[in-house]
Design a protein around this ligand. Structure first.
Ligand code: SAH
Length: 510
């Protein structure tokens, strides 16, 4: 085989919770040229791949650009022949009802080298997250898994329902929500007690998880009643009763709450992670991204004359990142900063500086841009001192004004620009438009402004009157109020942790 042939990795993406991807899977995603993913794959995982990678949807669910299975196999082969590293991400484990075997066979036939990385399957994970252990020494000693995608009354059914009914232990059925009535009838026909407990777990391990509990006799009626839909795992057996005691996931403070995160994609992860850890269903809908400033001359001049400044002031973590991107393009040594004092608006900005081993001299008690000037002035008289404000291009004029009034010489240096993000890489914006959300979180007045530009907040509030707004602090709240919207809660501490605490407290009091 030619040396320049690529490689195909069939990677189990796990059941939904992005934390359940294997380390090997993450490592391979990080160096993929092409990523082909399924409907059941958590789209947040795509972020682990390089931005320049090619992303192709290969799922079966109705989507305009879905690729048929036969074309898909050919595509994997073609991409590999081009020398590409292809990651084929499949929900759960690739070999569990996922056609992974067929895909691997075709790759072998075409002479393409491949590796198959197991994944955490929904069989054990969705049940676990619903508080149902698939085995338990006191209850059963085994489990049997079947696919429910065939009609059990079909003559040629490949599943021996009689044998399944007779075997002891937990029974798990994947797919087949639509045929649940006939499946349960067959089990009863061959001797399973109608009173045997049944649990059905939909979108298991994710913030959208829903669990329906009943018995073999009544579960089908409940499914119909509640309009319970796929994708779901059905588990039949006495282990279902253990849910009363072992339901660790659905008990979380924000479980069942759909929460929108509006930060930039690069910044969203900390907030999203904390919300997900509290059980929330997070929709990441960034409305801005960070780009280079339009006016560069001021920045170039400031870099050339860094030694003349007494202070550098950062009002956001983005400002720190952007400033030092330029700084390290101009200099190799951090000592070129000179003998500057450093001010930061709050702990997140200070933490970004700490990553560079830079200590902050001044941070205001209240983490507000309007407090920075007086905090610096309290540290030392700023009269005649030269200040570099490293900020966004469209930043608030208040801070330079206050510093000027105190007698400082101020250079307001744009180090980045916020640009509108209108892509919907993870499908979250589409879901949001359809289903709304319980909460929208805002972490800056610019996210309010841009979210409004994209979705029209007052109109949204009419469509989804139950939707609530969480603001990180007074400046963000001001942004909401200027649109005639009232923040439902405002974080007492104006940090991501403060915002999460406020949401948890609000969730707990409901
Ligand atoms: N390879 C996958 C299964 C693919 S078949 C795995 O190992 O999990 C698709 C079926 O898997 C769905 O119809 C549903 O029954 C089940 N499934 C997959 N992910 C699920 C999830 N997060 N919650 C509930 N069921 C899920």
């Amino acid at each position: 085989m030619a040396d320049d042939t690529g490689f195909v990795y069939l990677v189990g993406a796990g059941p939904g919770d992005s934390g359940l991807l294997t380390m090997r899977g993450g490592e391979l995603l990080a160096r993929a040229d092409v990523v082909v993913y399924d409907a059941l794959v958590n789209p947040d995982l795509l972020r682990l791949a390089p931005r320049e990678a090619e992303f192709l949807y290969g799922g079966k669910r109705a989507k305009a650009h879905a690729i048929p299975q036969s074309d898909l196999n050919q595509l994997l082969v073609d991409k590999a022949k081009e020398g590409k590293t292809v990651v084929r991400l499949k929900g759960g484990d690739p070999y569990v009802f996922g056609r992974g075997g067929e895909e691997a066979e075709e790759l072998r036939e075409a002479g393409i080298p491949f590796e198959v990385i197991p994944g955490v399957t929904s069989i054990i994970a969705a049940t676990n997250y619903a508080g149902i252990p698939i085995t338990h020494r006191d209850v059963c000693s085994g489990f049997t898994v079947v696919t429910g995608h065939e009609d059990p009354n079909k003559e040629s059914s490949s599943i021996d329902w009689e044998a399944l009914a007779k075997i002891s232990g937990t029974k798990v059925i994947l797919m087949g929500v639509e045929r649940i009535g006939r499946i349960m009838e067959n089990l009863m026909k061959y001797g399973v007690e109608g009173t045997t407990p049944v649990g059905m777990v939909r979108w298991g391990t994710t913030g959208r998880q829903e669990t329906l509990v009943g018995t073999v006799a009544d579960i089908a009626a409940k499914v119909a009643d509640q309009g319970f839909k796929a994708p779901a795992v059905t588990v039949v057996g006495d282990v279902v009763d253990l849910r009363d005691r072992l339901n660790w996931f659905e008990e979380r403070a924000l479980f069942g709450k759909r929460i929108v995160v509006t930060r930039t994609r690069a910044q969203a992860s900390q907030l999203s992670h904390r919300l997900i850890e509290n059980g929330a269903d997070v929709l990441e809908i960034p409305t801005i991204k960070i780009g280079p400033p339009k006016r560069r001359d001021v920045l170039v001049e400031a870099m050339a004359a860094l030694g003349e400044y007494d202070w550098i002031v950062f009002t956001s973590p983005n400002g720190v990142t952007a400033f030092f991107d330029y700084f390290f393009r101009a200099f190799v040594d951090v000592r070129n900063l000179g003998n500057l004092r450093i001010a930061a608006v709050g702990p997140a900005t200070a933490a970004k500086l700490a990553d560079l081993h830079l200590k902050v001299d001044v941070m205001p008690q209240k983490y507000l841009a309007s407090e920075v000037a007086s905090a610096i002035h309290a540290y030392e008289n700023v009269d005649n001192l030269k200040m570099l404000l490293a900020r966004a291009e469209q930043a608030n004029p208040e801070l330079p004004k206050e510093l000027l009034e105190l007698g400082a010489i101020v250079d307001d240096v744009p180090v980045y620009e916020t640009i509108i993000e209108d892509q919907d890489a993870n499908g979250a914006a589409a879901r949001f438009k359809e289903e709304g959300a319980d909460w929208i979180t805002f972490t800056s007045s610019s996210t309010v402004e841009h979210f409004h530009a994209r979705f029209d907040l007052p109109a949204l509030a009419k469509t989804f009157p139950e939707m609530k707004f969480a603001s990180i602090g007074p400046e963000t709240s001001k942004g909401l109020k200027s649109l005639g919207m009232e923040p439902t809660i405002e974080a007492a501490e104006h940090t991501i942790d403060g915002l999460v605490d406020a949401l948890v407290a609000a969730g707990a009091s409901e």
